[in-house]
Design a protein around this ligand. Structure first.
Ligand SMILES: Nc1ncnc2c1ncn2[C@@H]1O[C@H](COP(=O)(O)OP(=O)(O)OP(=O)(O)O)[C@@H](O)[C@H]1O
Length: 276
């Protein structure tokens, strides 16, 4: 994956105020407030079923909040027509996959649709955007392959490239690292950071969230248990409460960076003491 594309738009600000998000009128996450600066990366974490996708869908304007407001670049997101919203933010869902019969470049080119006139084919600038997005996810060599002849991780990267090709100042990604190997996970965070766009993404890798993202939102018990700078929020006490696991912060002597690691329960100091 390569860093910034020449066509990267500048990141935009997002503000969520008193947001209640749910599914079919059923409240899942209540009272989320969030101020995201242009170009910053926000990780949303929480156990399965804690409401990450539900919150992200509300933040992306795909579902109407039960209460509260989301403003993107100063505009009330849920009052915008669909096309205007699609020029402002790109969404890649957890299970989104490219249509099997499309070639890779065709699937990525769908990201350009919000910017095109009806029935207009891609112009030369748009071909460059597709090529740049493919290069960003390291798939330029597969541009002419059918999407049903790709691996799971390659399909995921096609969808991420489609989101990047949409040229929006905000990108909302539901578990973007699913199916990616560790190198591609790290590279993706580098690409997102290098793009200058504002990114909100749900993740299960808490150390990647802590060290790769600027801000974090930890969901637990139907609310945001903690919101703030990732390194201040993703600390052992919060992680223990949110996930019921035994975490520790260990400093890498080579870099001085602290990493969040999980101890198997039977190896935690408290449990070892009990078993003596
Ligand atoms: N129609 C509904 N009525 C009631 N509850 C629902 C409905 N639809 C979804 N839910 C519940 O809402 C909760 C939040 O789901 P969501 O997909 O947002 O969680 P998540 O944090 O993204 O989970 P995961 O990590 O498993 O992807 C889940 O417990 C789900 O069962």
């Amino acid at each position: 994956m390569s860093p910034a594309s020449p066509t990267s738009p500048p990141g935009v600000a997002l503000t969520a105020t008193g947001l209640d998000a749910g599914v079919d009128g059923h409240l899942v996450v209540a009272g989320v407030s969030l101020a995201v600066e242009p170009g910053s990366l926000v990780a949303v974490v929480g156990e399965n079923g804690s409401g990450k996708s539900t919150l992200l869908r509300a933040l992306a304007g795909l579902s109407r909040p039960l209460a509260g407001r989301v403003a993107v670049d100063g505009a009330d997101l849920h009052a915008l027509p669909g096309r205007a919203r699609a020029r402002l933010l790109a969404w890649v869902g957890q299970e989104d996959a490219p249509a099997e019969e499309l070639l890779v470049w065709q699937a990525v080119a769908l990201g350009l649709v919000p910017h095109q006139r009806p029935w207009a084919g891609p112009g030369s600038g748009e071909r460059e955007t597709v090529a740049a997005a493919l290069a960003q996810v390291g798939l330029q060599h597969l541009a002419d392959r059918r999407c049903d002849h790709l691996s799971g991780g390659e399909r995921r990267r096609v969808m991420l490239a489609r989101g990047l090709a949409q040229r929006t100042g905000l990108v909302v990604l539901d578990e973007p690292t699913n199916h990616l190997d560790v190198a591609h996970q790290q590279e993706l965070v580098g690409v997102l950071r290098g793009s200058g766009r504002t990114v909100i993404a749900s993740l299960h890798d808490l150390d990647l969230a802590r060290n790769g993202f600027d801000q974090a939102v930890v969901l637990h018990d139907g609310r945001a248990l903690a919101t703030g700078r990732a390194a201040e929020v993703l600390v052992p006490e919060v992680v223990r409460t949110a996930f019921g696991v035994v975490p520790a912060l260990l400093r890498d002597p080579a870099t001085g960076q602290e990493h969040l690691v999980l101890r198997p329960p039977h190896l935690s100091p408290a449990d070892r003491k009990k078993s003596r």
